[in-house]
Design a protein around this ligand. Structure first.
Ligand code: ARG
Ligand code: GLU
Length: 735
């Protein structure tokens, strides 16, 4: 009797009790750590279907897109799907006023129309191995941080040299769990990646900054590329003779859609998370670091916004700069709100209390780790102001005040130039300066300078001021009007033609005498000789304590599940299609539809305008096979743990088919980088049926629709293992 009832009970309880959610897992360890959990959530695949070195697996369709985004292969001819915002700069590069692909979209009619791109690469992962033993050989607990780091770099170098790999493979070795583990990735990077298709921005970026990081969402954030290879199907630089890549695997596309509770798997390359900080470090981000960064960008954005509203030229010039600054500004506000709302600091404190209690029960562990939390606390207090100043440095001088950008290009140019390379470097420097000046408004920047330098002199300790401000201006106090006048009225950084002439005439001394150039050199000097050394002197012991704390957590609280922080390497997250409760009295449903796009439509608005063709197709309800009960699905939510870098990640169903495309997170849940909370952390995905509808009905890109494999797994189409389906297809069609 028992034997029968028990499993039934368990299968009911499992999803609720075991799945705490969260985690960015290493694909080669899923069998050990996650398979049962994933299957309890509805997954019908095995871990081996997701990652295998012995046969084709999902892994072989997952591509790191130009090092920063994720993407996937969706056809036997190397067709690659990623986000519109990931393909953005490639699309922009090919755009001109007459052929404005950003605004109107782009669809290559035939393969020969697909557009090659300089500096765009696509990287596959061939295999993953744990090499901790080899990399930590000869490393002891007694070593200083520097000795340890030196030994590890030495070991990595030696290991890479001895490692057997093919000519076209690269080897990447990265620290995991704060340096307690080392993992090797063998990669294959293709360098001929061509633009195939992109929707207009009004679809790809619908909602722009207002909707960014928010739900409900209605964005068609996708673009299509194709990987080309040489005749041996291996990486080769662009050549007209290259052929579309024949991938080891590609993702079939499910037209059956998603419902609340469906299993979802996000496969990609998340960039950076910090889930194992102590409570006071999280409090520091919440109460000191995020507020400082938000305040700086607040000031800059207000000035840009006003200028953009008053002048259409400025709006065009500053739209993408504004979006870039606003993206993380908004993220940090959400992160702070979410940390407070979910009581992240208290949660960490409770964990630390339990940790300390267990240590008290175990003299041996106590001896090893007993002082760790207090020691780290002390160091985090010590680093707080320096960390804020460092943010000021990066935010002001490398991001928000623009006049330092040409100063920095010139600094690099003058540091490298000699008699032999002068002309060549001058050429590339002028090219980057021209790109900068094309979208530069000194008057706007001057206001940003005044506003941010006021914040800077108010908030940063004078000990880290650049010499000029410290020595020559200190006594007079800082009148921003006067400072701005001095720099903006007298600098060649606001006079491009004069500047190019000086470069051509090799009058480098005159460039070096420029007031902005000199101020920038002072800034760099203050950073290099004062701020950064002091910061690093505290950061190094913090890093080594964080490494020991990570090991301590795993040893002292072994019953918890640990996953390594994101570090730009290949990971799997999984969860379910799921809405959430953003605030009291409000429930968000997990799916949006075409009707929502129409609700948001504002003719002529730069964020919410729509192409006439989309409106016409909506009127005609021309949704083809992509509709769900007569409505066209647009975006959906899931409880997959993702972060920056996961943009463009394929979202995969229980059987291994493509159902969506990851592109964002919800605002209240952006604190998942520090504290994933199943209750409100959600990732936002484009429904693959909307992607297909845009390709098919909106763009009429029939040749691309014919290229992909459409499946109906829910309708009982049992060839669910994607590679089974592909084998069948292979016999029918030659490719
Ligand atoms: N928030 C998303 C991601 O970090 C999308 C950013 C691009 N889209 C935008 N509207 N700015 O990075
Ligand atoms: N848009 C982000 C990216 O570019 C993904 C959103 C997130 O941070 O989760 O990677």
């Amino acid at each position: 009797m028992r034997k029968i009832i028990f499993p039934v009970l368990i299968s009911f309880l499992l999803p609720i009790t075991l799945f705490a959610g969260g985690g960015m897992w290493l694909p080669f360890l899923l069998g050990q750590l996650n398979e049962a959990d994933m299957q309890s959530l509805g997954m019908k695949m095995t871990a081996e279907d997701i990652y295998s070195v012995n046969k084709g697996s999902l892994k072989d369709a997952i591509v790191h897109f130009n090092g920063g985004c994720s993407s996937s292969i969706i056809s036997p001819q190397g067709l690659l799907l990623t986000n519109h915002h990931c393909g953005y700069s490639a699309i922009q590069t090919h755009s001109t006023l007459e052929k404005n692909y950003l605004e109107n979209g782009f669809w290559a009619e035939k393969q020969s129309d697909e557009l090659p791109n300089d500096n765009l690469v696509a990287t596959f992962i061939d295999r993953i191995e744990d090499v901790t033993k080899d990399i930590l050989v000869g490393v002891t607990d007694k070593m200083t941080t520097k000795e340890r780091n030196d030994k590890i770099s030495q070991n990595i170098k030696a290991f890479k040299k001895a490692y057997a790999k093919k000519k076209y493979e690269d080897v990447l070795i990265k620290p995991f769990f704060k340096g307690n583990q080392y993992i090797l990735f063998v990669t294959i990077t293709y360098t001929d990646v061509r633009l195939v298709g992109a929707p207009p921005s009004a679809i790809g970026k619908f909602g722009a900054d207002t909707d960014n990081w928010e739900w409900p969402r209605h964005s068609g954030d996708f673009s299509l590329f194709r990987i080309y290879a040489n005749k041996d199907n291996l990486p080769a630089d662009y050549s007209p003779d290259n052929q579309p890549l024949k991938p080891k695997h590609y993702l079939p596309i499910s037209l059956d859609g998603v419902d609340a509770g469906d299993f979802t798997l996000v496969y990609g390359f998340p960039g950076r998370t910090d889930e194992y900080l102590p409570s006071y470090a999280v409090a520091q981000i919440q109460n000191a670091i995020d507020p400082a960064r938000i305040e700086i960008r607040d000031h800059a954005l207000k000035i840009l916004d006003k200028a953009m509203r008053n002048d259409p030229t400025i709006r065009l010039q500053y739209a993408s700069k504004y979006a870039r600054i606003a993206n993380y500004w908004k993220k940090w506000i959400g992160e702070r709100t979410g940390l407070i709302k979910t009581k992240a600091v208290e949660k960490k404190q409770k964990l630390e209390q339990e940790f300390t209690r267990r240590l008290a029960e175990n003299p041996e562990l106590n001896k090893k780790y007993g002082s760790l939390l207090d020691d780290m606390d002390y160091k985090y207090q010590e680093i707080e102001l320096l960390a804020i100043y460092r943010n000021y440095f990066h935010e002001l001088f490398f991001r928000n005040i623009e006049i330092f950008k040409p100063a920095n290009s010139l600094r690099r140019f003058l540091a490298q130039a000699n008699e032999e390379n002068y002309d060549q470097l001058a050429g590339s420097t002028k090219k980057s300066l021209q790109a900068f000046f094309k979208d530069y408004q000194p008057a706007v920047d001057r206001d940003v300078f005044k506003s941010l330098m006021q914040l800077y002199t108010d908030n940063v300790c004078t000990a880290y001021f650049p010499n000029y401000l410290l020595e020559e201006r200190f006594l007079e106090g800082y009148d921003m009007e006067q400072l701005a006048k001095e720099f903006y009225d007298n600098s060649i950084m606001t006079q491009p033609e004069k500047l190019y002439q000086l470069i051509d005439d090799k009058k480098t001394d005159e460039i070096k005498k420029d007031p902005v150039y000199q101020l920038f050199m002072d800034i760099v000097d203050a950073y290099r000789t004062r701020l950064n050394p002091e910061y690093q002197a505290i950061k190094a012991p913090i890093d080594s304590m964080q490494r020991r704390y990570m090991a301590a957590l795993m040893e002292v609280l072994p019953e918890k599940k640990y996953y390594p922080d994101a570090n730009g390497t290949m990971r799997v997250s999984y969860g379910q299609v799921e809405g959430y409760l953003p605030k009291d009295g409000v429930e968000y449903l997990p799916k949006t539809y075409m009707e929502g796009i129409i609700e948001k439509y504002v003719p002529g608005d730069y964020e919410f305008d729509l192409p006439q063709r989309l409106l016409d197709l909506y009127e005609a309800k021309d949704y083809g096979p992509y509709a769900e009960n007569g409505r066209l699905p647009i975006n959906f939510l899931g409880s997959n743990h993702t972060t920056g870098g996961n943009s463009g990640s394929p979202v995969i169903d229980a059987y291994g088919n493509l159902i969506g495309l990851n592109f964002d997170r919800v605002w209240e849940g952006t604190m998942s980088d520090l504290n994933y909370d199943r209750r409100i952390c959600r990732n936002i995905m484009v429904d693959i049926r909307y992607v297909m509808w845009v390709m098919d009905k909106y763009a009429g890109a029939q040749r691309l629709v014919d290229e992909v494999q459409l499946v109906h797994p829910k309708a009982g189409q049992k060839s669910s293992k994607p590679w089974d389906g592909q084998k069948k297809r292979k016999r029918r069609k030659r490719w």
